[in-house]
Ligand binder design. Structure first.
Ligand code: ACO
Length: 324
């Protein structure tokens, strides 16, 4: 008998304001054609000035809890993946816990930039497998617009805001890979590559948040090779072939990176959840946002096998094999 963590429910929130490529053409020297060809992005959501990452995280978490039909007293922990917290401290997770009247329990943030959700999912899964929690809210939430230099055309056309959440629940599984749950997680970082994608400042260096600095071409190159390596590792570790996977749920940074990972897996793009065209790159929020959209659209169904993967600043990267 072994305990696994199942994704009991999903929820998400996108800010009201939509920023189109046409509007960006008026802000910086760019074109809809360039943005679409290089990234696949057509539009993205941008939070209101007074709307914080925590506000978005609360809304996404509330939807996931409603879908799970759980009360605040059922939640043992809150883990938020974010790189754009409301404040330096306390965490976004404690805001979610407080605002949703969740009982005292573990609550903290995880920071692994765009790989943040895969890291948070792994941490929560381990708490559950150790028997230290039964139900954990795992959230990815970002206000990337607050760290974008809106005069830098190489980055401002890519990033966006939003939040996604899942409730992970402990469940016995005696069916191996046939049973629902998180079957394996794989996390990596290479700190020697941290300057490839970073903010220009921070609390203990410049005293401000800084804005995004990215060596786009280099990051792209490593994203393609790390994603290819890590999905290969997931297959090997679980002793499966790509035909065992129903859906690829990738971090939504760039359609070309997503297509190259699908190609490596010999998967048709019909089996890939793509939201980058209308969500942009929402960093740690992108996977739970994509997951929620695909679940609510009826694309992803119960008992299907999902391969989740992400790559981001650090550089960090990771993947998870999950039977939904
Ligand atoms: N509009 C028009 N032209 C532009 C724009 C723009 N918005 N931005 C850059 N250009 C120009 C460049 O100046 C360059 O011109 P030059 O040839 O005269 O020098 C040309 O377009 C090509 O630029 P590249 O950077 O080589 O373009 P590339 O094809 O690499 O695409 C992109 C750029 C979209 C950023 C791509 O490199 C990419 O997606 N990189 C990875 C991003 C990523 O995945 N990040 C990881 C996650 S994010 C996180 O963790 C926070």
């Amino acid at each position: 008998m072994s305990v696994t963590s199942i994704i009991l429910s999903t929820g998400s929130y996108l800010p009201e304001r939509i920023l189109t490529n046409a509007e960006l053409e008026k802000m910086v020297d760019t074109t809809d054609e360039w943005i679409t060809q290089r990234s696949g992005i057509k539009q993205r959501h941008i939070a209101a000035e007074n709307e914080t990452t925590g506000d978005m995280a609360v809304k996404a978490a509330r939807k996931a809890m409603e879908a799970a039909n759980l009360s605040p007293d059922d939640i043992d922990g809150v883990i938020v993946a974010t790189t754009t917290p409301d404040r330096t401290f306390p965490s976004v997770a404690v805001k979610v816990q407080g605002d949703l009247d969740i009982k005292p329990g573990l609550a903290f943030d995880v920071q692994a930039v765009c790989t943040g959700f895969v890291y948070a999912l792994t941490v929560a899964d381990n708490f559950i497998k150790m028997g230290q929690a039964k139900n954990i809210l795992v959230i990815g939430a970002e206000k990337m617009s607050s760290v974008v230099d809106w005069t830098d055309r190489t980055t401002c056309v890519l990033f966006a805001d939003g939040a996604g959440a899942v409730v992970l629940q402990a469940k016995e599984n005696n069916d191996g890979l046939k049973g629902q749950g998180i079957h394996s997680t794989h996390l990596y970082a290479n700190g020697k590559q941290r300057e490839m994608l970073q903010t220009s400042g921070g609390v203990s260096s410049t005293g401000d948040n800084g804005t995004i600095e990215m060596q786009g071409r280099e990051v792209f190159k490593y994203a393609v090779s790390y994603m290819s390596e890590v999905v290969g590792e997931v297959l090997e570790h679980n002793n499966i072939t790509p035909d065992a996977i129903d859906w690829l749920v990738p971090h939504q940074a760039n359609i070309r990176i997503i297509e190259s990972t699908a190609k490596k897996l010999h998967m048709s793009m019909d089996q890939v959840v793509v939201t980058v065209d209308h969500h942009g790159n929402t960093s740690a929020a992108s996977i739970p946002l994509a997951l929620d959209e695909a679940v609510r659209d009826g694309k992803i169904k119960r008992d299907q096998m999902l391969l989740i993967e992400a790559m981001g600043g650090g550089l960090t990267w990771g993947a998870a094999l999950v039977r939904f």
